[in-house]
Structures are given as C-alpha cells and as structure tokens.
Design a protein around this ligand. Structure first.
Ligand SMILES: *Cc1c(COP(=O)(O)O)cnc(C)c1O
Length: 404
C-alpha cells in the first residue's frame, strides 16, 4: 500500500506519529482498527487476478500484508524519514530479513563488536555457514572500520548507542565509508529511536528496529522493522518476507502503532530521568564509572549530543566499586537483590525501570577475556530508566548501594 497522508497539507512528524494510518473503515473508528484476519475476500475474480499479478494494490493473504501492519509501517517510515518500512515479527527477524535479502555467498559484512549479542551471533556465526564473511571491529575506531573494507564488502551494520556502555559511532562517517566502498550502511536505531536520531538524515541506507523496546515502550509485545527506500523495501525485502513468513502479527502491530503515538513524550521524559540518575550515580561513593552518553565524562559525549538531538537516551550503566572481580559481582548482585520497586529484568524500553547484570545475562556466554574487551565488568549494572518518580528510583538503588 502506498503511504497515505491524511491531509493535503504537509504535517509535522509529531502529528504523523499520532495520525498516519490506512483509511478508516466505513464505521468511522477514531482509534485505528485491529484487523485480525489471515485471509481477504476478493471483490471479483478479475480484481483478485490483478492483485496476485502485482498490478493492483489490495490485500490477499496475511503473510503478504495486513492493514493494521501497513498503518504501523507507514507511521514508522514517516517518523524515520524513509520512503518505506517493512514490519517484522521481532528485531532479530528484521536483521535476518535484511541479511537474507541483501547478502549471498562470498559477500563480506563489517559489524562492531559491541552489537547486540544475537546480531553478532546471527551474522558472524549462522551466516558464515552460508559463505558470508564478517569482520568484527571496535565500535568507535573509524580507522578499524576503514581497514576492514574489502572489494566484497556489501554491508556495514552499526548500532548506536550500544548496549550496555552507550558507545556511540559516527553515522555520517560510516555512511561515507560504506558508500565509497559501494556498500550499504544499516543502523540499529533501537536505543535512540527516531525521536533522538534519524540515521537516514546522516546518510544511512537502512534503519533497523526492535519494536519490542521503545516503539511499544510498555513491555507488551515483540516487533521489528526495516525502514529504507521504496525500491529496497519492494524489490529486496518484500519478496523474501512474502516467501519466508517473518511477518508481524496484526495484534502486535496494533499495540506498537499505538505505542508510536507517545514515543516522543516517553523518550524525552525517560531520557531526562536517565540524565538526572546518571549525574546522581556519578557522585555516589560506592559507584565507580557511570556510562551514559549524556554525561560530559562519556568518551563520545560530543558526538552523541550532535547526533542524538542533544539527548543521551534512557539507558545507563554503572560499575559498583570493588577490589576484585568476585567482589564486584557479589556487590552488583547485592544491589540488584535489594530492589523492591524496580524490576530485575533483561529487557529495556519500558515505562517500568528495568535493571540487569550484563556480565551474567546478555554477556554471560562470553569468556572473561571477551567480556573484558567489551568493557563489561562483573560489577556493571544496567538501568533502563522508566517513568517512576526519580526519587523512588534513586531510593530503590540506594537500598543496596548504601550498605556496600
Ligand atoms: C532487543 C534488541 C534487538 C533484538 O530485538 P528483538 O525484538 O528482541 O528480536 C536488536 N538490537 C537491539 C539494540 C536490541 O536491544
């Protein structure tokens, strides 16, 4: 379905985030309809034939399209500033669909070692079985990205800021590098969302999302998306998706569609809380380093502020002070186990504040040496800051911190 502007005059992004959707049904529902259907009744055999031949728009089957999913796609594309968007069952389904659509045996990919763990595994290990080679480089070392480029390089894939340390890479510089090499740049925009950062405005070709995180924003459903040009979505991604079934359920699409309406408010409010919490943690005697792109102590602070609308996002991490790795782990566990309000939960992008111990969860399968290289210490705690009152968030963390 082609994107449809609800009004003739160009509207602001904030308005599109609330309004853009497929047409209302004949019932005039104000909140977008949830079309839970796997099949579509065709108006005539001739019309059906045209739809199947791709000559006419119109829905034929749930694996190839759904109006609620289309509404989500149109809205997210408008927010990211891309021509088109394709929704997927999860963030990882989006990565899978992108790689499956763009790569073949003999191709080469460059990714940062700070990427989401499943992304590293999927591209670096699973795709290797099909002859796709991957070079893993340090996130912030542009020279390493440059040195990794080969004639067969097809894709550079970056995530910024990263989990859990908030490392930021320069999207514009990576886009130039990719394009000079005849490759594409894809950016996982999960942590920043289009509210803080629109990668295509800095030259990226594809924006990948885990809708499970801030787009839903209330911890309810799994979802994913790829935002890109109309031709890339239609010619590369859609044919593979149609035949592989990595589609988003209409129910989940509806939930995330409604999540987009408050994304701007939530991201700004949660980021403001994260900054205040990061500043407070930085001054606490039991806390070592605090990792948050919005702090001036962050190594890529300036770049982050330039690239992310002057806002650091809603995720921060901090080290508890300790003499040894064993003690650090014990102290981090102590702080997490003392929580009474915040959730001990390995997710992020929720209105509820979620705390986790990366070294034993998301980064638990790494060797100690790999973990060290990734900067994930045993004393590290990640906080994905939500919308509770800041005093309550601080008080809950203090329960464990003040008894160290
Ligand atoms: C969660 C996450 C993903 C994967 O998304 P799912 O919806 O869980 O499949 C990818 N990238 C980042 C940065 C994430 O946080």
């Amino acid at each position: 379905m082609p994107p449809r502007e609800p009004h003739a005059v160009p509207l602001h992004r904030d308005t599109l985030a609330v309004r853009l959707a497929v047409e209302r049904s004949q019932y005039g529902e104000n909140s977008e309809a949830l079309y839970l259907t796997s099949g579509y009744v065709q108006p005539s055999a001739e019309a059906s034939a045209r739809r199947f031949a791709g000559e006419d728009e119109g829905y034929t089957y749930g694996r190839t399209g759904n109006p609620t999913v289309t509404s989500f796609e149109q809205r997210l594309a408008a927010m990211e500033g891309t021509e088109a968007c394709l929704a997927t069952a999860s963030g990882m389904a989006a990565v899978m669909l992108m790689c499956f659509s763009l790569l073949k045996a003999g191709d080469h990919v460059i990714i940062s070692r700070s990427m989401f763990g499943s992304t590293l595994k999927l591209i670096g290990t699973e795709f290797a079985r099909f002859g796709v080679e991957t070079t893993v480089v340090p996130q912030t070392d542009l020279a390493a990205w440059r040195a990794a480029v080969r004639p067969e390089t097809r894709l550079l894939f970056a995530e910024t800021p990263t989990n859990p340390l908030g490392e930021v890479c320069d999207i514009r510089a990576l886009a130039d590098l990719a394009h000079n090499a005849g490759a594409l740049l894809a950016v996982d925009n999960c942590f920043a969302t289009p509210v803080l950062q629109r990668p295509v405005e800095r030259g990226a070709d594809i924006v990948m999302h885990s809708g499970t995180k801030y787009l839903d924003g209330q911890g309810r459903v799994m979802a994913g998306a790829l935002c890109a040009s109309e031709s890339m979505v239609r010619e590369k991604f859609l044919p593979v998706q149609k035949n592989s079934g990595m589609v988003l359920s209409p129910f989940n699409a509806w939930v995330v569609l409604k999540g987009l309406e408050t994304l701007d408010l939530r991201m700004k409010a949660q980021s403001a809380q994260a900054l205040a919490l990061a500043q407070w943690l930085e001054s606490h005697p039991a806390v070592g380093r605090v990792y948050y792109p919005g702090l001036s102590s962050h190594p890529q602070h300036e770049l982050a502020m330039r690239q992310m609308s002057g806002i650091g996002g809603a995720v921060l991490s901090f080290d508890v002070k300790a003499a040894t790795a064993g003690q650090a782990r014990q102290r981090a566990f102590h702080v997490l186990d003392a929580l009474q309000v915040l959730s001990l939960c390995t997710n992020l992008g929720d209105t509820k504040t979620l705390c986790t111990h990366p070294a034993s969860t998301s980064h638990g399968k790494l060797t100690e040496a790999q973990r060290e290289a990734a900067g994930v210490s045993q004393g590290l705690i990640r906080v994905a800051v939500g919308l509770e009152h800041l005093d309550d968030i601080r008080a809950d963390l203090l329960r464990g911190l003040e008894t160290l």
